[in-house]
Design a protein around this ligand. Structure first.
Ligand code: ZN
Length: 206
C-alpha cells in the first residue's frame, strides 16, 4: 500500500499548490512527479545513495546470500528429494571479485538498491542468471542451478530490503513464493517463470 499512499499524497499536493508545468521524471526509475515535494520524498525513500555505498556487494556478502538460498531449498519439502539431496552435498564456492558472474550479480544488486524497483530487478535477474545458471553455480546440475538462481533472486531482494529498511518493517516471508506457486514453478523456466514472479512481486506491498 506504500505506493498508493504516496500517489494519493502527491495528487493532493498537486491540487493545492506547487504544480509544475511538466512532470518531474526520476532519472533512476522513470516515475513521474507533479510536485517537487513528492519527487524529493521519492528520492529520499527509494534512492538514498548513502545507504547504497555503506553496503556494497562483496564476494562474502554474495556467499551469504547464496548460502541462505541453498538452505531455503534444503528446508523446502515441495522440491523433489533428488534435488534436495543434491543440495545437501553442495558447497558453494565463493566467486572472485572481477569475474563476469560476480560483476553481473553486483550490477543487479546495485541497481535494485538504487531504484527499489522489484519488478525491474526480477526482470533483469531472470533475463541474465537462470540461462547461465551452471556458470553461476558450478557443480550443480542444470535444474538445480536454475532453481538455486531463483532462490538467490529472492534472498538478494530480502537482503537489499533489510539494508533499505533496517528496522525490519518489511517481512522477508512476503517475498517468498507460496508452496503452490513453487510446486508449479519447479520445472518451468525463462519467461513463464518471470511472469509468475512478477505477479508475486505485485503482492509484496500488500
Ligand atoms: Zn526513482
Amino acid at each position: 500500500m506504500i505506493e498508493e499512499d504516496e500517489e494519493f499524497e502527491e495528487q493532493c499536493e498537486a491540487a493545492v499548490s506547487d504544480i509544475q508545468a511538466t512532470d518531474i521524471v526520476c532519472k533512476d526509475c522513470g516515475k513521474k512527479y507533479k510536485t517537487r515535494g513528492g519527487y524529493e520524498r521519492h528520492r529520499t525513500s527509494k534512492h538514498d545513495d548513502q545507504q547504497q555505498s555503506q553496503m556494497p556487494l562483496t564476494p562474502s556478502v554474495l556467499t551469504e546470500i547464496v548460502n541462505n538460498a541453498v538452505n531455503k531449498v534444503k528446508e523446502s519439502r515441495v522440491f523433489a528429494a533428488s534435488l534436495r539431496n543434491e543440495f545437501s552435498a553442495y558447497r558453494y564456492v565463493q566467486l572472485e571479485e572481477g569475474t563476469a558472474e560476480f560483476s553481473e550479480m553486483k550490477v543487479l544488486y546495485d541497481s535494485y538498491l538504487k531504484s527499489g524497483n522489484t519488478e525491474k530487478f526480477y526482470g533483469r535477474f531472470y533475463s541474465q542468471v537462470p540461462l547461465k545458471s551452471t556458470s553461476f553455480f558450478p557443480g550443480l546440475s542444470r535444474n538445480a542451478a536454475t532453481l538455486l538462481a531463483t532462490k538467490v533472486a529472492d534472498c538478494m531482494l530480502v537482503h537489499c530490503r533489510h539494508i533499505k529498511s533496517p528496522d525490519g518493517s518489511v517481512s522477508p516471508s512476503k517475498t517468498m513464493l507460496s508452496d503452490k506457486e513453487k510446486a508449479g514453478l519447479q520445472y518451468l523456466g525463462g519467461y513463464v517463470f518471470a511472469q509468475s514472479l512478477q505477479k508475486v512481486c505485485k503482492n509484496v506491498y500488500k
